[in-house]
Design a protein around this ligand. Structure first.
Ligand code: GCO
Ligand code: MG
Length: 402
């Protein structure tokens, strides 16, 4: 089953998505998502200028060999752009193989391990009252797990607060917006936010929180300790991800479970924190971590150390990658949770797919392959628009992590 062509599509039905489509000689095609929010065209170029010419004529069934060829064949390995490109090729090849065998992708991975993929929804608000309204609404919708983010008193803007109740897209179509940050104001506020959230949801619904790389290990240890009374499911990205050893300090001081890894792209980025059991959940996702072939190896390593999966799944993950995550989550033995953010109607129309949501669990389309169709004609109506994620400064103007 020779690969005859591969095309990269960029569309912007409300926000940008980069999609790879691989074509084979017998007419079966496969899709992969390689959207890197705010750096979309770099991935397109990496694929078109460097990887696609090497794919033509290869047997689409040789998924592992093609992965190794793309990874080892590049002297300059790893990194978010290269690994997203490899990830899209890999997922498209799993899609093709599953379609050729007439089975959903999860069947190739090893079959169903659970009834559905438990997801967490995003409750956020400009202030505590608004955030609590959103928490109550997610509870009513039947979510078993809710991430809570809120504007911080005294700060004009922050991360993680959606525009409208169900949608969240931080990238902006101008130059990067600038946020201001105060660790002190954040730390003063976050315990009362979770005291309120625990009261709204009661003892059985899981609560999650994202710190978005804003703290030092010492500060994160303090926040973890102060949140212990509210029994979080996880505290995410408490510190910037580059320094894996930094997690040791947090671990020594708090039992609040830790999740990290949405910006990682290879197994080497999480080797220390997994093998030293410094985290509880690994956040790496299909589209940014070399596809299903690489992510299943990461999950297998994690399984040895009681670390469970918690794949990144905001709206910058297209329905192609989200579907791949759901197939993965249905199978992976050490599943933890799946992040789930609703896409806009325009996005769902471009990426035709039907998933089911019941009792806080999502199931992928029960169709051969990933179960996603890309409508090229409709996609053309939404041309690419350059967009940037915000940058972040401390109150004194010094640069900080967004
Ligand atoms: C999350 C993330 C996202 C990121 C976004 C950046 O946990 O979902 O932190 O919301 O901010 O992926 O593009
Ligand atoms: Mg996050």
């Amino acid at each position: 089953m020779k690969i005859t062509d591969a095309k990269v599509f960029v569309t912007s039905p409300g926000r940008n998505f980069v999609t790879l489509k691989i074509y084979t000689e017998d007419g079966i095609t496969g899709l992969g998502d390689c959207t890197v929010n705010g750096r979309e065209l770099s991935v397109k170029s990496y694929l078109e200028d460097h990887l696609i010419p090497c794919l033509i004529g290869r047997d689409a069934r040789d998924i592992e060999d093609i992965w190794q060829y793309c990874y080892r064949g590049a002297y300059w390995r790893r990194g978010p752009i290269g690994m997203a490109a490899i990830g899209a090729i890999d997922v498209a090849l799993w899609d093709i193989k599953a379609k050729s065998l007439g089975v959903p992708v999860y069947q190739l991975l090893g079959g169903r391990s659970r009834e559905g993929v438990t997801v967490y929804g995003h409750a956020s608000g400009a202030d505590k009252a608004e955030a609590m309204d959103a928490v109550a609404q997610y509870k009513e919708e039947g979510y078993r797990a809710i991430r809570v983010q809120s504007g911080i008193p005294g700060l004009e803007s922050t991360y993680g607060v959606g525009r409208g109740r169900w949608f969240y897209e931080p990238a902006d179509r101008t130059l990067p917006p600038e946020n201001k940050w105060s660790t002190r104001k954040y730390m003063n506020y976050v315990p009362e936010l979770f005291e309120a959230a625990r009261e709204v949801v009661g003892p059985d619904i899981e609560l999650l929180h994202d710190v978005h790389h804003r703290l030092t290990p010492q500060e994160a240890a303090e926040v973890g300790k102060r949140l212990e009374p509210y029994s979080l499911f996880w505290l995410e990205d408490a510190v910037p991800a580059e320094n894996q050893e930094g997690l040791r300090m947090i671990r020594r001081h708090t039992t609040t479970p830790l999740a990290i890894g949405e910006v990682f792209n290879t197994i080497y980025d999480c080797q220390t924190i997994i093998t030293e059991q410094l985290i509880d959940y690994i956040r790496m996702t299909v589209s940014h971590s070399g596809g299903l072939t690489h992510l299943r190896k990461i999950a297998a390593l994690a399984e040895l150390y009681h670390v469970r999966t918690g794949c990144h799944g905001p709206t910058d993950i297209s329905p192609v990658a989200m579907s791949a995550c759901l197939h993965f989550g249905l199978w992976v033995p050490n599943f933890g949770i799946q992040e789930f953010m609703l896409h806009s109607e325009e996005t769902n129309a471009v990426f035709g797919w039907e998933y089911s949501f019941k009792d806080g669990m999502v199931n992928p389309p029960e169709k051969p392959g990933l179960g996603v169709e890309y409508d090229e004609e409709l996609a053309e109506k939404y041309p690419y628009v350059r967009a940037y994620l915000p940058v972040n400064r401390r109150e004194d103007g010094g640069m900080w992590n967004w």
